[in-house]
Design a binder for this molecule. Structure first.
Ligand SMILES: Nc1ncnc2c1ncn2[C@@H]1O[C@H](COP(=O)(O)OP(=O)(O)OP(=O)(O)O)[C@@H](O)[C@H]1O
Ligand SMILES: [Mg+2]
Length: 282
């Protein structure tokens, strides 16, 4: 699909109310770190994503929300190179890219933290941090250097609850595991960190730690795309929201354009009628 500068960007697709047009006027893929245009994906007869347009700005937190089965994981897997879309185009800083493998994603600077985190329980934190980096710049480094880099990265992210970086990952709490997975992504000099339900299994204080970590990533100029079912988390960290409904992005824009009521309504019905009586959706 050919991008149409000026017609893309923030939108609430299911309404013609001009207040729903967001700030997308003039938005083109070159204004964003990553832009998707017309991305679709089918699995046999199942159409998991239809014509998805999404813009991810630099250094901001974008929350991807939607009901179970809406297509959120399918979307981030397409961005992460797990599978190629059936159709559509992706742009990285305005240039068309084909992210057909996880390696292609990681070479661009995309790091995805899946819900199962892909950490190795039987290895310690340092070993997990450097797993799979053998052929990169850290390949020739020794244990002490790797340990120092791990300690420094955790310190930079203000992760203070881990007792020792030589602890096996299986001995960590859910929040600490999440922190290690995020730190691993950051150490790879990622430009876009994607988190699939990072707080789903966490308690109150661990959730607060992960949310703080997400904010710190953005303050370091890293773009974050976070999937969450927890709207209070979303409203606590996100700069922008994109709502998926039945495989399409039906609404997206700055967080200030939404409140909990309108977000819930769009998640469950694909549109917001609440907006007409509320100043919160523009
Ligand atoms: N590998 C697959 N093969 C066939 N269908 C799939 C596959 N992966 C996902 N789907 C289907 O695509 C749709 C979207 O699924 P997806 O996992 O992206 O939803 P989700 O928004 O992440 O939901 P949840 O919030 O429950 O994690 C669902 O109908 C799902 O059954
Ligand atoms: Mg999912």
């Amino acid at each position: 699909m050919t991008p149409t500068p000026g017609l893309q960007g923030d939108n609430v697709a299911l309404t013609s109310d001009p207040r729903h047009s967001g700030s997308g006027v003039g938005a083109s893929p070159s204004d964003f770190l990553l832009s998707l245009r017309g991305i679709s994906k089918s699995f046999g007869a199942v159409q998991a994503m239809t014509n998805v347009d999404l813009d991810i700005p630099e250094g901001q937190v974008t929350a991807l929300i939607g009901d179970n089965g809406a297509g959120k994981s399918t979307l981030i897997k397409a961005i992460s190179g797990i599978w190629a879309p059936s159709s559509g185009t992706m742009y990285w800083r305005g240039n068309e890219v084909h992210i057909h493998t996880p390696r292609a994603a990681s070479e661009l600077g995309i790091a995805t933290v899946y819900q199962d985190l892909a950490l190795c329980d039987n290895l310690d934190i340092v070993q997990n941090m450097f797993l799979g980096m053998e052929d990169t710049k850290f390949g020739l480094l020794d244990e002490i250097t790797m340990e120092l880099a791990t300690v420094q990265t955790l310190k930079d992210l203000a992760v203070s609850t881990v007792k020792s970086v030589r602890q096996r990952v299986e001995s960590l709490s859910g929040g600490q595991r999440q922190a290690v997975a995020v730190a691993r992504a950051v150490m790879r000099e990622s430009k876009l960190v994607i988190l699939d339900e990072p707080t789903a299994a966490l308690g109150v204080s661990q959730t607060a730690q992960v949310l703080a970590l997400i904010k710190r990533l953005a303050s370091r100029g890293i773009s974050v795309l976070v999937i969450s079912h927890n709207l209070s988390d979303v409203f606590a960290v996100a700069d922008r929201i994109a709502v998926m409904y039945l495989g399409s992005i039906v609404s997206s824009g700055p967080i200030a354009n939404y409140d909990t009521t309108s977000a819930v309504e769009i998640i469950t019905t694909g549109a917001s009628h609440h907006a007409a009586s509320s100043a919160s959706i523009k």
